[in-house]
Design a protein around this ligand. Sequence first.
Ligand code: ATP
Length: 530
Amino acid sequence: MASGGALLQRKPDLDFYLHRVFRKKSFRPLQREVITAAVEGHDVFLQASTSFGKSLCFQLPAVISNGLTIVICPLLALMTDQVNALQAIGVPVQTINSSTPLAERRMIMADMLSGHPRTRLLYVTPELCQTDSFRRNLSIVHQQGQLTRVAIDEAHCISEWGHDFRPAYQELSWFRKNLDNPVVPITAVTATATPRVRSDIINVLGLNFARLKLFNTPSARPNIHYEVRYLANYDDDDDFSPEDLRVKDLLAWLKSIKNRQEARIGTPSATAPRAPMSGIIYVGLRATSEELAHRLDSDECISAVAYHAGLNPQDRTRIQAMWTAPQPQSQSRDGKPPPTFSIIVATNAFGMGIDNSHVRFVVHWTPPRSFEGFVQESGRAGRDGRAAASIVYYNIQERDRIAERLSRDAENVRNRGGSKAFVAGLLKNQMARRESYEKVVRYCESVSKCRHALIKDLFGDYELEEMGSQQPLPAYGGNRPEGLDHASSPCDFACDFCKEGPSALARRKSQMDVGHALFEFMIGMSSNYY
Ligand SMILES: Nc1ncnc2c1ncn2[C@@H]1O[C@H](COP(=O)(O)OP(=O)(O)OP(=O)(O)O)[C@@H](O)[C@H]1O
């Protein structure tokens, strides 16, 4: 396999590095295969569910190679998280970003150009990769035979059809076009790519099927119980608000969890306190985040805090640190008993890269605006592999309100100045948003399919299979043990459809006053775009 110059010649002992450097007991299913493909010099495309451990799939190959691996990351917080974690285990890692002081930048560059860099991984932004000076330096490292691999994290940002499109990601096409003798292998990883986004990633990066290995895990997470809660429509003369309904429903649900827990393992006491159960509630507006956190915090079982982009940086850092810290014991607060639940009520400013293993539930207070965003955000739950829940609150009024907002955004784009190509790009992105939101609506309104299967359908997992993507073997090696009957539930009853059955779910949905059919809704949305 043609490759960058610094790959190892001997077959390395991957388990040794996993234990000794990364201090992990064993590979998760598929990680070994992905890492082996990278070590052999293949291009790698990995689409794996949230919390799979995608970073290890480029970090371990980088650690066992002799040269430098460039890692491209879209967010400073994500970058800092990974760099800190690698530094803590002694891996020579550096980052150049907007907050790197000039002197440090120069030191990193000097090491990079030394002909035998000590740094194994260099984390950078896609914008830095666009600059002439960085490109010139990378070309020198490449000529010196020291550029081992380019790893692109959150690769869906490449595509205008993706939910987090970032124009600078498209310029990453430079690597394959310019570092071609020898070719520098590329690894692209993402949790959320639709078929169109996948094909953009492969085309833009110039990944060639002759040297490309594809891998994927199911987009739906087997340990998450997916559920949609339908709410009745609201009239101005009703004496309850949709907010009241949701709070009432949520509190009843939390109470049932508390009762079940206490029936199973007893009531916590002063001598045997218990860590509170963590959850995230995603809301659309900063004001809702503040109000709801305040309201929930007044319940004696709950400690709740708001998180949004309007908070000052110190508060954001404090709340994030509290969340990523090891699970705390419940503390008594101002005369209130220790909380059973610790909840963060957040806008989507809290999401990508939040790696907190003990989140037990993620609630979407209103329908999420994009399907990929929904999968990312619900994927913050159950990262320790234990059972967790994803709940979406849904009603027709909220559905239509978000659709109207999307249509207005599209109209604003059309009326914007700028070159034809610029406006065409924005419009394409608006169309992608609409398609993604239509998937949210399909997901929420479906009462005829397992939600895990639905997520796989909506992400085109089956197309990946047809493209030859390798997937993890089932835990039972393909031979279903006796007594394990998944035939009647593809997800082992981990969704409302499989648990309640189609009739009960349809009945529950019919409580929502469906003013007009889903089909009409889709037509309505489309006509606003074309
Ligand atoms: N083989 C392993 N054994 C135990 N823990 C692992 C293993 N591989 C990765 N992890 C841990 O899993 C967690 C998630 O890994 P990582 O952040 O790479 O996830 P990800 O796939 O990028 O998820 P997301 O897309 O949600 O950010 C990290 O804490 C990481 O240390």
